[in-house]
Design a protein around this ligand. Structure first.
Ligand code: BES
Ligand code: ZN
Ligand code: ZN
Length: 453
């Protein structure tokens, strides 16, 4: 997508108001403008496209209902004719206006041409344009990766995406593919992915100054989740191209971190597999000795996310990161608990959890903390292995999944786990139906406060 946010040009003025500033402005307008607003029955919220005496578009006003929405211009960009618009808004709203403009214009156009000319927004400074474009690019990348059908977004494609990103930012990348996973002791990633024609892999990216604080991101990269031998019904499988959404989230977050040159030593681990069905698929009842040495009985092959994550988390401990964060489309239960639009997260670190919540509110990317309620760990126990990959009851399913993951994280590591939908099931301003990033702006704001202050 070409850049829709620029600076250093002129265009049709676009004035952003709240109720008060709109009323003040209105009092100062010529009768021609007042008549236009009254005769078009302008309600006092949303957009009005105001013509000059020749009938040409002279200016656009937009009155927002709330001052703090980051999705301010998410609809407006689709309402205005192509052209250049010069943003006039309070400083505090410039970023939100530009961000929502760019993401409101997002279309997944890989398989269907989009010929619509889009309006361009001119912001006051180049720095503001650059900053907005970084966020637009990262969120658009997450959306593109999730929206791409599984046939074109298999483990090797996730590997290619991360390799391109590594090349752009001067990061190092390593991939452990297929049987190499067994040789290098990633048995669980191999087990989940072995039934697919597209070989499983662990993608491992590192970037930044070696002496900087270590931050490790881990993302669930299940490129398609059929459920395995515990096959999902058609309705449950329909959206499962999005099951690499956790990987997409950490890739988008990593891009934000590198584009801002955050002073961290970043590592991104993506276990990428297809949970497919074939004669060599893993089975309910199988027991696997995981990378960490913990034995796990497979109760349900559809609880595969925690299996690929557990080997990656075990590895992530090794270089003792200051902060470990994973993202995963892990459980339907989290969606039952919080709905599709509010990501739940778990953390063993009180300060980090409070920081994520505060940042989420600040940047209008809300996240909701859930409890790592230890007594429920028993529910994911097995009589003949150390753990089962699935709890005996569906109640508290997001919590039991998180408790399972926690078993693979060393006790002295600050670890947080986000269980996300990665998909908009309904259209909202700036957010078309399809792949979506949830919580990465909240986490990025926290990281900026912590490491860039
Ligand atoms: N990828 C799904 C979880 C999912 C489903 C997330 C729908 C978002 C929307 C995951 O691999 C899965 O199938 N989980 C099972 C776990 C169960 C078998 C314990 C689930 O949530 O039903
Ligand atoms: Zn599953
Ligand atoms: Zn899954």
């Amino acid at each position: 997508m070409s850049k829709l946010i620029i600076s250093g040009a002129s265009g049709i003025p676009l004035l952003i108001f709240n109720n008060d500033s709109y009323n003040t402005w209105r009092e100062q307008q010529a009768p021609r403008v007042i008549n236009w607003l009254d005769n078009t029955k302008y309600s006092g919220t949303g957009a009005s496209l105001i013509p000059n005496a020749k009938g040409e578009l002279e200016q656009v006003i937009f009155v927002s209902k709330t001052d703090d929405s980051y999705w301010l211009c998410g609809d407006l960009v689709n309402q205005l004719p192509a052209g250049q618009y010069e943003l006039h808004a309070p400083d505090a709203q410039i970023h939100a206006a530009a961000f929502s403009w760019g993401l409101g214009a997002y279309k997944f156009d890989r398989y269907k041409q989009n010929t619509k000319q889009l309006p361009v927004l001119i912001v006051p400074t180049q720095a503001q344009a650059d900053e907005a474009n970084k966020f637009i690019r990262a969120v658009s990348l997450v959306r593109d990766l999730v929206n791409t059908p599984a046939a074109d977004m298999m483990p090797q494609h996730l590997g290619d995406t991360m390799t391109e990103m590594a090349n752009e930012f001067g990061a190092e990348i390593k991939q452990i593919v297929g049987d190499e996973l067994l040789e290098q002791n990633y048995p669980t990633i191999h087990m989940v992915g072995r039934a697919s024609d597209n070989q499983p892999r662990l993608i491992d990216l590192t970037w930044g100054d070696e002496s900087a604080p270590k931050l490790t991101l881990v993302g669930k990269g299940v490129c398609f989740d059929s459920g395995g031998l515990d096959l999902k019904p058609g309705s449950g499988m329909r959206l499962m191209k999005k099951d690499m959404g956790g990987a997409a989230h950490v890739i988008g977050l990593a891009q934000l971190i590198m584009a801002h040159n955050l002073p961290v030593r970043l590592r991104v681990l993506v276990p990428a597999v297809e949970n497919a069905v074939s004669a060599n698929a893993f089975r309910p009842g199988d027991i696997i000795t995981t990378r960490k040495g913990i034995t796990v009985e497979i109760d349900n092959t559809d609880a595969e996310g925690r299996l690929v994550l557990c080997d990656a988390l075990a590895e992530a401990n090794n270089d003792k990161p200051e902060l470990m964060i994973d993202f995963a489309t892990l459980t339907g239960a989290m969606r039952i608990a919080l709905g599709t639009e509010l990501p739940g997260f778990f953390s063993n670190d009180e300060a980090v959890a409070a920081g994520f919540t505060a940042s989420g509110l600040k940047v209008d990317d809300p996240v909701w903390r859930m409890p790592l309620h230890k007594p429920y760990l028993d529910l994911t126990g097995s009589d003949i292995a150390d753990l089962a990959n699935c709890a005996k009851t569906p109640f508290g399913g997001a919590i039991t999944a998180a408790l399972y993951l926690e078993e693979f994280v060393d006790k002295d590591i600050s670890w947080s786990h986000f269980d996300v939908m990665a998909y908009n099931v309904r259209k909202l301003p700036g957010r078309p139906v399809g792949g979506e990033a949830f919580g990465i702006r909240a986490v990025f704001d926290y990281l900026q406060n912590r490491f860039q202050a």
